[in-house]
Design a protein around this ligand. Sequence first.
Ligand SMILES: Nc1ncnc2c1ncn2[C@@H]1O[C@H](COP(=O)(O)OP(=O)(O)OP(=O)(O)O)[C@@H](O)[C@H]1O
Ligand SMILES: [Mg+2]
Length: 371
Amino acid sequence: MKFSLFACFSSSNNNNKNDFPEAENDGSFRVFTYHQLKLATGNFGDKIGEGGFGSVYKGRLIDGSSVAVKVLSIEIESMRGEREFVAELATLANIKHQNLVSLKGCCVEGAKRYLVYDYMENNSLHHTFLGSEDKRMRFSWEARRNISIGVASGVSYLHEELKPHIVHRDIKAKNILIDRDFTPKVADFGLAKLMRDETSYISTKVAGTLGYLAPEYASSGQLRRKSDVYSFGVLLLQIVTGSAVVDAYTDIERFIVEKAWAAYEANDLLRIVDPVLNTNYSAEEAIKFLKVGLLCVQETAKLRPRMSEVVEILTNNNIDMKDVHISKPGFVADLRNIRIKQHMTTDSPQGSSSSGTSFASSVWSVKNLAR
Ligand SMILES: Nc1ncnc2c1ncn2[C@@H]1O[C@H](COP(=O)(O)OP(=O)(O)OP(=O)(O)O)[C@@H](O)[C@H]1O
Ligand SMILES: [Mg+2]
């Protein structure tokens, strides 16, 4: 159904119905006024999180539904103009899947932009599952299985059912939110579309993703669907082992993929299963999940499975992984050497990359190591 987005600006803006273009939407997407969001969040009083792009506040709409309001603190010049910004969001809001966080609306207030999402009661996988000892919950094997399959289904939908498909670019425990019923929901997909230049999204985000980042990014500066598969593989290894993605305090097997590969080569994958599970899990299934994780992080992108294949392997008990061949994983060990492609065009001199690249060193620091 065609839905005309109405502008609901605060008094600083004129309430002109024609402020925004017609955008295809099923009618559930709203453009909020700043005043409405201020009321809903109690003057932005209940901060629930902080990310690289800004702070997130809890709110309640007049209809009683709980929302998370993300305040984007990005330079206005980097973002698309108001009309395009709202139109992109309206399109993103149409993407509905039980394992994807729903976008409810947005607000444009002068230079400030706000995104309004369904509120997820159990925060992120990073916070709830891997957080500090006093906060983290002990997840059963069944919970881990459901979360792994749910995330795989959400990403598979973005990659293979949606037309045109979406490459997430930032799959990690922080971007897996958990609702009241412990259904996992993939968050923050499609945000690169809000930027004028998609590479600026990656170069900003890359700081927080060491450990999840596919190795081909270091050489080509490009992230494709198989790069998401890599990040999912790292996440899957994390879900089974309960470990950090990178352990900054050790010299050997710093990366979870190194640890998993060493255990695989020693034919002893069970040694890396999260000890808090004790013996309360299916060894056969845990080995299978770890092998799928390793398949996804193989250095050669084309050898990695597609996300629909991942879902099939994880859910089908008749698929036997005993004789599957897994090749060595790759990983980005140091972001300081990454070249980020910018405006690489075919007519650049001799296809040389030097004119179109910049280094990510300025955004790299140890504190950004992904947990
Ligand atoms: N819809 C939501 N419901 C509940 N909590 C949320 C929601 N969205 C975000 N949060 C909380 O806010 C935090 C910050 O989210 P945000 O997406 O801005 O950054 P991030 O994904 O944690 O980190 P980064 O910026 O490095 O990607 C999340 O980690 C989560 O704790
Ligand atoms: Mg996020």
